[in-house]
Design a protein around this ligand. Structure first.
Ligand SMILES: Nc1nc2c(ncn2[C@@H]2O[C@H](COP(=O)(O)OP(=O)(O)O)[C@@H](O)[C@H]2O)c(=O)[nH]1
Ligand SMILES: [Mg+2]
Ligand SMILES: [Zn+2]
Length: 340
């Protein structure tokens, strides 16, 4: 059933990609993928022109954020298709975000991201467990994470000491921490400075204030993409595709529901350990190679924890993550069937 649907889509696509002849195309230019819809992509050339383009068939993967070589049509045919050029090639990526996919195992959603802004808040309750899950997922991509505490206007005197202490622990192991309120505007200027010159994504649980923060930072975001993303023929892709948005004060934001749902899906235990950055000095020095870093004799992680080099909170969260990933693996094992 699904295979048939896929076949149909592919043959349908084949008819759409042959409407530009080489002789009608201009010189090669550098560009950036602003968004991708099926067999088309919106490309911004380095000259600042936004063009909807076809994609050469030999390009296997093309996502928002990709740096590309593009050729624009010399004469713009005012037809229904509005195809203005073709993406010829993709430059190597320095980073990518992906998520599990039913068909392909993993689906890449965006590329060339410089920093992952992990948004957390006071309400829903501040919790280091969730922050650590996002930190692990971010470290696994190799993209620099930054912690953003939103809704600082809601911090009560009772909650403040615990939150301050937790944030200081993150700073002491090397993470940048920002405190903002998208309601009062506190810290928003610093956020602009953080994002200037970089490509960022916001991730975090529902309700922490990602949308509010993006609106506070760039009230014109919708105007920038609203126009070109209307295309009846491309259906549902248009609502879920990642979009690259320029921030007026400098820097770019890549955003989509898929990007915001960035999460920790599955990693082997040794990779999780490596993603706890302050564990790295000790990894490989435990007595047993398959050390669980719990009650194992000669465990250097546990020794570092007991010596106060690793905090109790991070040590406990490491074990919680390992336990939850084990559970997930078992659940998946039981669910997996031929048509699942
Ligand atoms: N008090 C306060 N509320 C906020 C702040 N930022 C967002 N909110 C509220 O938190 C709720 C969830 O925000 P939203 O942006 O939809 O979160 P998202 O799910 O992460 O996109 C909304 O009711 C916002 O008005 C803030 O800085 N302070
Ligand atoms: Mg939202
Ligand atoms: Zn160990």
């Amino acid at each position: 059933m699904r295979t048939n649907q896929k076949k149909k889509l592919q043959s349908h696509d084949a008819g759409e990609t042959t409407d530009l002849q080489d002789s009608t195309l201009g010189p090669e230019q550098q560009g950036t993928i602003i968004s991708r819809f099926g067999q088309h992509a919106d490309v911004e050339t380095d000259g600042g022109h936004l063009a909807r383009c076809n994609i050469r068939r030999n390009i296997k993967s093309l996502v928002t954020g990709d740096k590309v070589i593009v050729r624009l049509a010399l004469t713009s045919e005012s037809g229904a298709s509005r195809i203005e050029g073709i993406v010829e090639a993709v430059h190597p990526r320095h980073s990518q975000l992906s998520r599990p996919d039913l068909y392909d195992g993993v689906k890449i959603i965006a590329s060339n991201i410089d920093q992952i802004l992990i948004v957390t808040s006071v309400k829903p309750a501040f919790t280091t467990q969730i922050i650590d899950r996002y930190l692990v997922a971010a470290e696994d991509t190799g993209i620099q994470p930054v912690i953003i505490l939103n809704k600082v206007d809601l911090i009560t005197p009772e909650d403040a000491p615990e939150i301050d202490a937790a944030l200081e622990r993150y700073q002491s192991i090397g993470y940048q921490v920002y405190r903002v309120s998208s309601i009062t505007g506190e810290g928003v200027e610093q956020l602009h400075a953080l994002m200037d010159g970089k490509v960022s994504v916001f991730v975090g649980q529902s309700g922490v204030g990602k949308s509010s923060m993006i609106n506070a930072m760039m009230p014109d975001a919708e105007l920038l993409t609203g126009d070109i993303s209307q295309n009846s023929g491309l259906g549902q892709h248009t609502t879920t595709t990642a979009k690259l948005l320029h921030i007026a004060t400098g820097g770019d934001l890549i955003d989509s529901p898929g990007v915001r749902e960035f999460a920790l899906w599955h990693l082997p235990a040794d990779r999780v350990g490596w993603c706890f950055i302050e564990f790295r000095d000790y990894l490989g020095t435990c007595k047993f190679r398959d050390c669980k870093h719990l009650n194992d004799p000669g465990c250097s992680i546990t020794e570092a924890f007991k010596a106060g080099e690793i905090t109790e909170d991070r040590y406990n969260n490491y074990h919680r993550i390992i336990a939850s990933l084990d559970e997930q693996r078992h659940a998946r094992h039981f669910r997996a069937g031929p048509d699942e």
